[in-house]
Design a protein around this ligand. Structure first.
Ligand code: NI
Length: 158
C-alpha cells in the first residue's frame, strides 16, 4: 500500500465527471488499498478517487465501524434533512454550512464486482452524499449555503 497525494480543489481532476469502473482487477484493488491508507492518514471520514487524480467512480466512507469501499455507487433513497458544518480534504482549512439528507441509502459494487446496499444516518449520510458528489465533479463549496467563520465552528464543536 502507498499513500497517494490528495489534490486541492484548484486541480481540474476535482471538477470532472468520473467514469464507471469496468475492471475489478488488481489495479482497482491497489487503488482501494492506497485510498484506505491515504484516508486513515488524513484523519478524514471519506475519500473519492478523483481526489487522488483517478477519474473513476470509487469512494471510501468511514462509518466509524468500518471503511466502506463503494465502487460505481448510486444514491437509492434519502430521508429527512440535516444542516451542519462540512469540510473536504481537498479544501483545506475551510468549512461550510451544508444541508444534506438525514438518512441515505446507497447501492454499490464491492472490489470483486458484487452489488450491495449500505445505509447511514447523520455523518455517514452526509459523507455518502459528499463523496458521491465528488464523482460528478461537485464540491461542497458549490452546494453550501455559505462558509462558516471560526467562531461558528467553535460553537458547532461544543
Ligand atoms: Ni471531499
Amino acid at each position: 500500500m502507498a499513500l497517494r497525494k490528495i489534490l486541492s480543489d484548484k486541480n481540474p481532476a476535482l471538477h470532472k465527471v468520473c467514469k464507471p469502473v469496468e475492471s475489478f482487477d488488481s489495479k482497482l484493488w491497489r487503488l482501494l488499498d492506497d485510498m484506505r491508507e491515504t484516508l486513515l492518514d488524513s484523519g478524514g471520514v471519506g475519500l473519492a478517487a478523483p481526489q487522488v487524480g483517478i477519474l473513476r467512480r470509487v469512494v471510501l466512507v468511514d462509518t466509524g465501524e468500518e471503511i466502506l469501499e463503494l465502487v460505481n455507487p448510486t444514491l437509492l433513497e434519502t430521508d429527512g434533512e440535516q444542516e451542519g458544518p462540512e469540510g473536504c480534504l481537498s479544501v483545506q482549512g475551510k468549512y461550510g454550512l451544508v444541508k444534506r439528507p438525514y438518512y441515505a441509502k446507497v447501492r454499490a459494487q464491492d472490489r470483486t464486482g458484487n452489488w450491495f446496499e449500505a445505509e447511514g444516518e447523520e455523518l455517514t449520510a452526509r459523507c455518502f452524499c459528499h463523496e458521491l458528489d465528488h464523482l460528478d465533479g461537485i464540491l461542497y463549496t458549490q452546494v453550501m449555503e455559505r462558509l462558516l467563520t471560526d467562531e461558528e465552528l467553535d460553537a458547532w464543536a461544543e
